[in-house]
Each structure stands twice: as structure tokens, then as C-alpha cells.
Design a protein around this ligand. Sequence first.
Ligand SMILES: *Cc1c(COP(=O)(O)O)cnc(C)c1O
Length: 378
Amino acid sequence: MTGGSETPPYIPVASADLSGSEERYVVEAIRSSWISSTGKFISRFEEEFAILCGAKCAIAACNGTVALHLALLALDVRPGDEVLVPSLTYIATANAVRYVGAEPVFVDVDPDTWCIDPKLLEASISRRTKGIIAVHLYGHPADMDSINHVAAVHGLWVVEDAAEAHLATYKGRPVGSLAKIATFSFYGNKMITCGEGGALTLDDSQLELRLRTLRGQGMDPERRYYFPVTGYNFRLTNVACAILCAQLERKTHILESRQRVFSRYTELLQGIDGIHFQPIANWARTSPWLFCITVDAQAYGRSRDELMTLLDEQQIETRPFFLSLHRLPPFRESSRVRGEFLPVTDHLSSTGMNLPTFTNLDDTHIERICKIIRSGRR
Ligand SMILES: *Cc1c(COP(=O)(O)O)cnc(C)c1O
């Protein structure tokens, strides 16, 4: 705290923008009494989201983790199977693999995309490998053509975890249409949100039937109250989809406002020794989720953690990059046994951080944040 002066306003790392039709649609859902898992907002959301992702169908689910779990169930992943995942991702990616009794095998990320490195996949494939989950990390699409190629050669499926990459494109094609199944999250800090929510997108109608059956307690969608398989209650409510429909109406505004935040940061943080930006491949159009920087402690004179503390003292919330999953207690022993060595993941995990990013983060706040980062160099 600076002596005597007033406390500056608190700036969170993320904040949802619900200023459009969100409230009106929620009221509409309540007044109609359709508040459970049937209703017009669910079908409207599923139709619109499928189109947005260039997929034949979208299926709403209660969150992004559940969407991943459903994908693995529908692909018949079983105990003893292995699934290749990046180690630099949110824990949900690897947790979902464990829910079906399978083992996540960690692969390092590509320094040019920060996503799973297609060149390293082959070395991690064993006789037990069933598929690959490619995460579009921090809004940047993974190199899907190369990943799909390796998968095809080895008879593996690919799932896109697109939780952080709404509206991003890969070689002009939208994420959500680039693998067997894609999953999305609409958690409160994601670019499109309904508080808690998720979705799957896909083209295969057989898989769609399986997913809808598994999502709804195993009930045959064509025969009410008949249950051919053990399913789950992984549905999303009409109230949540009311919020999502309103968010989709404003997707262009949300996207452009966040792009403005990204451009301001890029402009104002340019040329500071030791502060580096997220690389963007020439085939990628990224999703402006959370602005990323990495801190080279030698050149900047302060470590990432020291910079986070400095900002925190000025009421600015930031967030460190994900911890390397292969070092966390649930995974570290099996990772050690496999001899995993993931230097790019470890490096990014210890040097990267996210800066506040949301639609109504105003320019004066961005300027204040950048000034602190610039003058923090020693
Ligand atoms: C947010 C996120 C998820 C999980 O989403 P929830 O809706 O919070 O369950 C999965 N994967 C990644 C990469 C995420 O960032």
C-alpha cells in the first residue's frame, strides 16, 4: 500500500458481462416454469452453438469437466487404457481420464503454440493408448492437422478440449469442428459463460445418440423410461441455457471488447526487458480469453511470483499459469514411473501469468496495470 494515498480500485482477473438479454431470458424461463432440463432455451442454444462451431450437433452438459467425462464414456475408454494429454492444462482434462479408470499420459507442449506438441506424440504411444485430448490452451488452437495425422496413423481418436478457446479458428476452421468430439466450458471466468455449464460438439449422429443417452440417466431418447445402459444425470438447465442464448447474441461485442483489451496490453507492454507474450502461429486466430505474459526473472529483475505480489499490493488480481499436472499428487508417481520429462511445460508453468481480461476493463485500468509492470523492472 502506498503511504497516505487512497486504495486504488480492486481489479479482478475475470468478470462476467451479463448486461444484455441475460436477465430478461432468465425471468422468461422462470415465468414459463421450464427451469429443468427441457425447454426452448436448451434447444435454441444447442442449435446456435453447433452452427457457431461448424459442427452438426451440440449437446449441453452441466459443466466442462462433465463434457470431457461424457466424451470419454461415449468413446468407450476403459480401465487400463491410456490417453495422451498435455501436462500444461487445467486439471479437469486429466481428471476426466481418471473418472473412466484410464491413465493420462503426459506430453510436453510446443514452445510455439503452448499446446500439446505433435512431434512428441509418437514417443508416448503404447499398445494401451486409445486417444489424444488436445487442449486449445489460453485461447490458442492446437495444431490439429498434425495431431489428427498421428492419430490416424495409429488408429486413435482425438478430442478437442476447447474450454478456453470459444470462437478461435484453426486455418480458418472453427474450434469445435476439428476432431471426433470437442468439449467446451461456460464457467464464470470463460469467455462465454452461464456460471456453470458445458457443451460437446460433433458430427457423428451415432455418437450423438450415445452421448444424449449417457447424459440423461441412460434413457433411450426414442423410448421414454426405458434404460438400455447405465447413464448419468449430466444435463444443463433451461435457466442456464437462457443465459447462454443471451451471451451468444452478444458474442461479437464480447469478442471485440476483449480483443481491444488484448491490443492495449500488447501495445503498452511492448519492449519491456524480460516480459514476453504468448506466441501465435500464423494459422491461428486466437480467442482473447486471459491475456498471458511470461516473466524472464534474469532480464526483468523480478520473478513471476514477485511481479504477481507487486500487482497484488496494488489491488490487481493476476493468476499464475497452471501447475504442471505431472507433478501434482494424483499423477506424479505414475508420471515418474513412465520417466516423463516435460521441460517446456515446467518452464511455462513457473514463468507464465494471466492479466485481468474482461469486456468492461477500461483503458485507464489497463494503463495502470502496464505502468506497474513497466516500472517494476529492476
Ligand atoms: C475450465 C476448463 C475445463 C473445465 O470446465 P468446468 O466447466 O470448470 O468444469 C476443462 N478444461 C480446460 C482446459 C479448462 O480451462
